[in-house]
Design a protein around this ligand. Structure first.
Ligand code: F6R
Length: 260
């Protein structure tokens, strides 16, 4: 696991966007896993800027989003499909038919979730998965206690997640209780993961995920089992990490190797 600590959220967003952009140019038919929430917004702005500068072409890219609220359709401003259209897809040249966000209005969820998994496999698997982290250590909507082998399925949100996300819904009572989410097992099969977090309110979850034991109680800790994970955080989110000086030494080694 490579841990990159930047000064603030803006520097960390730029760094994460550069890592994504550098990966995208190596493979035109890239399969990109995307996340929603507050964390990726600066990254999406940076990717849009790179696209507008002619440095990033999404015309052969396929995307898969991690999750969606049950019951919300694409026209609902709180749906993750709507969020993705507004924050990224409408501003880049990704073909609409190449963008995949789980359908919160699926009729038969069990079959639909299996189809979502199959679609990822048929696309060749996810090359890079962008991830945020919840204060309870969740990745996607894999709440504490989720199986570390779980696949795409319905998940009941915890009261903590419902409270955290109520800022978008104008009240706790309006937040859906269920979501479709890729599983931890689905995420562990991606070729590369990029975990991003900003702010002190993520510091505890980040230290548990990176330096704590691997446990289903902190599903992000399962990333310790993934062979290729980069974590990009700001100083506030890294506040409780114990091995910061080592992470800085590793970054210095990377810089030396890259300059040779
Ligand atoms: C969203 C997702 C969630 C968020 C997490 C952090 O697609 O999968 O795991 O990444 O809840 O949300 P923010 O970024 O809003 O703090």
């Amino acid at each position: 696991m490579r841990v990159i600590i930047e000064k603030d959220a803006q520097a960390a967003s730029e760094r994460a966007a550069k890592l994504i952009a550098d990966s995208l140019v190596t493979k035109p038919d890239f399969v990109l896993g995307l996340a929603t929430g507050s964390t990726p917004l600066g990254i999406y702005e940076a990717l849009i800027r790179k696209h507008n500068d002619g440095k990033l072409d999404f015309s052969n890219v396929t995307s898969f989003n991690l999750d969606e609220y049950v019951g919300l359709g694409p026209a609902d401003p709180n749906s993750y499909r709507y969020f993705m259209q507004e924050s990224l897809f409408n501003h880049i040249n990704i073909p609409p038919e190449n963008t995949n966000v789980p359908d919160g209005r699926a009729l038969d969820f069990a079959t639909y979730c299996q189809q979502y998994e199959r679609k990822i496999v048929e696309a060749g698997g996810i090359d890079l998965q962008l991830l945020g982290i919840g204060r309870d250590g969740h990745i996607a909507f894999n709440e504490p206690g989720s199986s570390l082998g779980s696949r795409t399925r319905l998940k009941t949100l915890t009261s903590e997640t419902i409270r955290d996300n109520s800022r978008f819904f104008g009240g706790i009572e309006n937040v859906p209780r269920l979501a479709i989410t890729m599983g931890v097992g689905t995420i562990l099969e991606t070729r590369k993961c990029l975990l991003v977090a900003f702010g002190e309110n993520k510091a505890h979850a980040i230290s548990q995920a990176i330096e704590g034991a691997v446990t289903a109680q902190v599903t992000a800790s399962a990333l310790q089992l993934h062979p290729d994970v980069t974590v990009v955080i700001d100083e506030d989110a890294g506040r409780h990490l114990k091995r910061k000086s080592y992470y800085a030494e590793v970054e210095e080694s990377h810089r030396l190797l890259e300059s040779n």
